[in-house]
Design a protein around this ligand. Structure first.
Ligand code: 26Y
Length: 798
């Protein structure tokens, strides 16, 4: 798109008058941001409008990515970049005396997800648009996103996230596209003379699902995809007047995001959320499809619906319902059509995060779907018990012991199932979903996750992006694989110096933010050692803390070590008390080391509150070390590992999730690996394990553990809880088993730090190898091997 800075200025002035009846210069920054966003939305409008019909008219297959979470991050800068007008707009703003970064910071980030799953969904939408896949997000428009986190006395406090207070400029309410979603009541099956079955609903609760659409702008492409989020409302002009309680039950469906990403309590409200966005999405897809095509039998030729984790797995039964009840297909052709349309990604191996719904709950909320799920279960057992035996089929079936297993329903109803990293897919096939993989071996494939280098390199890391332009030309901006050319420069001292300078600039900026936020002065000369992700026992932030306490003792004993700043950011689910105890621990350790003159300047800890996409954009470019230290076999993939390597951090990692593929990509000399393999963990679990003996044999470790309970850290009950989790409750995540090798790997990095060019050369190899983790290539592989939805153009994989 072509735009001069003079045009920018004119458009902005006009928008200020239109929106706020005031001159641009008079507006507060928030309204200046809104005026600019309004201008950008207008600029994208014509392309968006054209894109909506283009695909249907060309007969191009569309992808609908169903996810209960999306985390797009702030959109203004990203939209400017993708439209190709970042430079003239920033120049125009500066001419007007406005600071672009300050305006971007006025945007409220939509926190419509918990972590990796939601961020991946948004990266995929951005990537689909960039490579020319006709993609659509389908999700929930929560009135309140993930809570805002503050620390009070070192404890996490949660505040509501009122992200729509100032209205979201990017979304467009499409009341005319609303559909009705039904819950509860009774379903009677009416059979007419021709034997056609029509369900009759009695006393169902009707919910009005209103879509809000947001443009997903393709990078330098004349193509804009759509993220559609559904909002629950009472049906307008309904014959019956609702009580306040009945209205509240409806609006509650999209009131808040569940702030939980791994521990499931089978709540009715979550089930209602899941069915709500699945039913609304599928109804609107089928209705739209039939405007362009005659028969729903053609659906799989033109539409791919992707089930992102089990939260949208009800799509299997809901699509059957639509095909059977509303389009009168036979069971066999409805089933064929459903399976050919749907595919499913699993994102977790944790048993406590695998969804199951009690039959009573589901049957009461979704009586028609319960009938269909029983029939799916009955036919599944009938078909596979012969060849595979009762025992195996019982373990694989969707309805078992009064519970409905959503992963089983998703696998049975999808043509393809994938894990998100090689190890994860292998563990799915051999453990978590092993019976289903025996029945459907060809269904299981791997699709390793990816990230968008546009947000993490081009936008968040301008110093490094500039360096790449100079060293290898700007081709990497369109094709991340071109970053590989940087590898040739690893022996060029001038390039290494430039890399060190770029990192330094980012560290100075983060140091400023740390000072502002925590009142902590840190030196950008320290090693910035970063662990940013949800707080969870399996991710082992606790191991990182034990590493800090080891260094603390070493320094107090007079050892010399390179100065290190440990940076954490993490939210804990509000009900996850153990994770909250670890937060308290980190803040307490921070207090101790940051105020001890004996280690002053050599060891510091900064726990930045309220981790979200925008905070990650500040931390990732400034990181020297990326801590990816989950117990092997627990982290499905991880994606902060990919972002951090892309921006030149060196990974300190276990052989878990995508860390294994990062190690393959960079070579074992460019990554600090430690700890047990997934196989060794499994063997250790069987053999039995004595954490107390490990603690006893290592004086420093013993002292660190003692500090949890001897009063040297004012932790309250958190200290005892953590101490006992390790030494009394057998250390479920093998923190102590991996401790010695963790410390060793970390010391190897200390050693490397003493050789700045040696360090920079390793960082450079990481950047050079990061291209393969671009989400652009990941979605191309999904498009080719799962969705069979080829990009319109320019979508070839290298
Ligand atoms: C059902 C409920 C408790 C639940 C809610 C959210 C269960 C799981 C989730 C979210 C899971 C999630 O974020 N998984 C992460 O997905 C990333 C993208 O694939 C992976 O990189 C990461 O390893 C995995 O933990």
């Amino acid at each position: 798109m072509n735009l001069t800075k003079e045009q920018v200025s004119q458009l902005l002035h006009e928008a200020a008058i239109t929106l706020f009846a005031d001159s641009l210069e008079e507006l507060p920054p928030r309204q200046q941001y809104q005026a600019l966003a309004f201008v950008v939305k207008g600029l994208a409008g014509p392309t968006w409008a054209a894109a909506k019909h283009g695909a249907d008219e060309r007969g191009q297959k569309q992808v609908y990515y169903f996810a209960i979470e999306f985390m797009p991050g702030r959109l203004l800068a990203s939209n400017l970049l993708n439209l190709g007008i970042l430079e003239p707009v920033e120049a125009g703003l500066r001419d007007l005396g406005l600071d672009p970064a300050a305006l971007y910071a006025e945007e409220t980030e939509p926190g419509l997800g918990n972590g990796g799953l939601g961020r991946l969904g948004s990266a995929f939408l951005d990537a689909m648009a960039a490579v020319g896949i006709v993609g659509n997000g389908n999700g929930v428009r929560y009135d309140q996103g993930l809570f805002e986190q503050r620390f009070v006395d070192g404890y996490q406090v949660e505040l509501p996230d009122d992200w729509l207070r100032d209205a979201d400029v990017w979304e467009t309410r499409k009341a005319d596209r609303a559909v009705i979603v039904r819950f509860g009541g009774q379903v009677l099956l009416d059979r007419d003379r021709l034997g056609q079955i029509t369900p009759v609903y009695r006393g169902a609760e009707e919910v009005f699902a209103v879509p809000y659409d947001t443009a997903i702008i393709g990078y330098h492409q004349p193509r804009i995809d759509t993220m559609r989020l559904w909002h629950a409302e009472p049906v307008p002009d309904a014959p019956e007047v609702l009580t306040a309680a009945a209205r509240a039950r409806i609006t509650a469906i999209t009131e808040t995001l569940y702030p939980d990403d791994s521990n499931l309590a089978g709540q009715e409200l979550r089930l209602r959320q899941e069915y709500f966005f699945v039913s609304a999405g599928l109804q609107s897809i089928v209705a739209h499809f039939l405007k362009y095509h005659k028969s729903v039998l053609q659906l799989p030729k033109y539409v791919a619906v992707h089930i992102n984790d089990t939260h949208p797995a009800l799509a299997v039964a809901e699509l059957m319902r639509l095909l059977l009840d509303e389009h009168h297909l036979s069971w066999e052709s409805a089933w064929q059509t459903t399976v050919a349309t749907l595919s499913y990604t699993n994102h977790t191996l944790l048993p406590e995060a695998l969804e199951q719904w009690p039959v009573d709950l589901l049957a009461a909320q979704l009586p028609r779907l319960w009938q269909l799920i029983q029939e799916i279960d009955r036919r599944f057992r009938l078909r596979y018990t012969g060849p595979f035996g009762q025992l195996l089929v019982d373990r694989a079936a969707p309805v078992v012991d009064g519970q409905i297993k959503m992963a089983a329903l998703a696998v049975i109803g999808s043509h393809t199932v994938n894990g998100v990293a090689k190890l994860h897919t292998q563990l799915l096939k051999t453990q978590t979903l092993k019976e289903l993989a025996t029945i459907f071996p060809a269904r299981f494939v791997n699709k390793t996750n990816g990230i968008t280098p546009r947000r993490w390199l081009q936008l968040a890391d301008a110093p490094l992006a500039g360096l790449l332009d100079v060293q290898i030309g700007p081709g990497w901006r369109t094709d991340a694989r071109d970053i590989a050319a940087l590898a040739d420069k690893q022996d060029d001292p001038a390039v290494l110096d430039a890399l060190i300078a770029a990192k330094q600039a980012n560290k100075v900026a983060l140091a400023g933010y740390i000072q502002e936020t925590l009142g902590l002065r840190v030196s950008p000369a320290m090693i910035f050692d970063v662990q940013i992700k949800r707080m969870h026992a399996y991710k082992r932030q606790l191991l990182h803390v034990l590493g800090i306490l080891e260094a603390y003792q070493a320094l107090r004993a007079g050892e010399k070590r390179p100065p290190r700043l440990h940076i954490f950011a993490a939210k804990a689910a509000p009900s996850y008390t153990y994770a909250k105890d670890i937060i308290k621990l980190i803040n307490t350790v921070a207090d101790l080391v940051n105020h001890d003159p004996a280690v002053n300047g050599a060891l510091q800890v900064a726990f930045l509150p309220n981790y979200n996409v925008s905070l990650a954009e500040k931390i990732v470019p400034a990181a020297d070390i990326s801590e990816q230290i989950s117990l092997a076999g627990m982290e499905a993939s991880g994606t902060s590992n990919m972002k951090l390597m892309t921006d030149g951090a060196i990974t300190l990692a276990t052989l878990d999730g995508a860390n294994i593929e990062i190690a393959e990509a960079v070579g074992t000399s460019n990554i600090a690996l430690f700890g047990m393999t997934a196989e060794e963990v499994a063997a250790r679990r069987t053999a039995g394990y004595d954490p107390a003996a490990i603690a006893e044999a290592d004086p420093r470790l013993k002292k660190s553990l003692g500090m949890l309970i001897d009063g040297s850290l004012p932790l309250g009950s958190a200290g005892h809880t953590i101490y006992e989790s390790l030494l009394v409750d057998h250390d479920e995540y093998f923190v102590l088993a991996d401790y010695a090798s963790y410390i060793h790997a970390s010391r190897v990095l200390d050693q490397l730090w003493t050789d700045p060019h040696g360090w920079a050369a390793v960082a450079l190899q990481n950047i050079a190898a990061s291209g393969r983790f671009s989400a652009d290539d990941t979605v191309r592989r999904y498009a080719k091997e799962i969705w069979h939805a080829l990009p319109a153009r320019g979508g070839q994989e290298k």
